[in-house]
Design a protein. Sequence first.
Length: 386
Amino acid sequence: MFFRQGSFFLLKCDLDGDFIVNEQTRPRILFNVIVCLGVAIFLGMAIVFSFRAVDFARGKDFWVDEKFGLEGTVRPASYYQLLTRGARGQGSAAPLDYVFIKALDQVYQKSFAYIPHNVYYRLNSTFWDLALGLLVAFLFLYAFYRKTDNNAIIIMQLVLIGTALLTFYFKKDNMYFAGEMRPYALWNSLWYVMLALVMLRVSKIWIFLTGIFLAFTSLGALMQIPALALVYFTFEVIDQKRPAAALREAALVFGLPFLIAVFYALQGDKFGYIASAADYQRYQNEFFSFWVSKWRVPFISGAGILLTAWNRQWRGCTAVFVTMLLLYGMAPALNYKILSSSFFFTSRQYLYYDLVFPLFYLMLALVLPEYWNMIFRLKNKSEKKS
């Protein structure tokens, strides 16, 4: 099954494997020391990331989009107007990030005026990257802590989770937008959380809620949510669920988030950035140059599918990489739609592509125990034959 069966309201991970032993027989002292060291390293990464993001924000003033976001979108609108009419004048009318900025703006002069404005207003982006990156790391650590009893395995899993966190935090584009007052950091982080939850095969409510937040954050959800829903439906049918039942379940999990994304897409303003055929061709060329440069996305997604597709317990991992591969394949059609609506191409529209790297490391951490057991079983068979 795509999701864990059980309580709709509990986050329970399904990570069965031969490495599990009786909870009461575990030698926990060294194991707990190793885990605590891992936690300390993760927190250290988060601190370094925070200082780097703040230092980056301090080093530059607001640019045009940030100024307009604050003065032209946030300040003229009430919370109600932001939520019901969307973020006016923005390429994506989804308002959640602008709601947070408005809350920050209302307390700035009263309580935080001593913080430089170019740092203060960007802390929102830094916080969401920081918090949601750590959330994913700790969710995986918690899942492994409950199931793993082998010190060597937990060390390797901690290394892989740490590598995923490092890649998520310090990948160039993510680092850049963590220091900008724009919605990209929140959008990217929420999509990362959503795919990580799918990997862990948690109860449906958490996927549903994350999808709601994603739809309130970016118009990109209009492509991401249907792509994930299609993959979910397909795997449910492959796993011999009746198509009607699979469709009903997909609609329950992804239907409302998709409708929210559609609502804000309809609230969007009209733009006129494409003034001539030359403009269209220039942006088209820029897109394909960028798209080809991201060849690692389908390559790593394909590797993730090959490593996980044979085991139904890893169906969530397979679904994540199929979704990333699908989104990569859909990009030329999406770019055509964007340019046809007279909006320009920019690589930040595909910021989430780089999430394939931390997701791959998390997948390796999840499947490691089973592959470890396979190697030892093969080794034992080889020794018996000899």
